[in-house]
Design a protein around this ligand. Sequence first.
Ligand code: CA
Length: 221
Amino acid sequence: MVEDDRAIAEPMIEGLRREGFTVSWVGTGAEALIAAPSDLVLLDLGLPDMDGYGVCRQLRAGSSVPIIVVTARGAEVDKVVGLELGADDYLVKPFGFRELVARIRAVLRRTETQPASPPVEGPQDLGALVIDRRTRRVTVDGEERALTPKEFELLALLAEDPGAVVTRQQILEEVWDPHWYGPTKTVDVHVASLRRKLGHPEWIETVRGVGLRLAPGAPAP
Ligand code: CA
């Protein structure tokens, strides 16, 4: 944040920190130009040592950091000049704090570099048991097992952290409905059929009074 007026800067900084942003604050253009790189610059135009437009131009010359100009100057011509100098957005004082946060988030979203392509998640290999979440296929010792959608989701949930206990409530919330208040018998019925289909009942272990744990065995020799 580049802002010389403490009475404006302090409540903004406090609010932004509450929103989860890390804010560093300088009060002059000269300091802004030598400040450590940041993810976004909030730039006041009326600075004591140099014109904010000059700061904007120089910042932009050396980096592609998003810049939101914050100023009391509201004339249309100022907005155009600010944007032409490379500002990404423009906020005229007085503005609401909600609007500031919305603009910051919008600019960050726009300027975030998009990954070239989403990582391809391969099948999860648990020895004899292989789970492919992309194709929703499950194989045991290389042989495909036809599971119902709920059985698949239940297995995939248990397999997120093999060996860790998942409670019945977690299973109901994630596989069935987040507001499930009914009997937990449903889980047992699906676990029984899943065990039968996998052909290795011992892989899904019941931890009495707690929940379930997936512990698949080694591949068949
Ligand atoms: Ca000022």
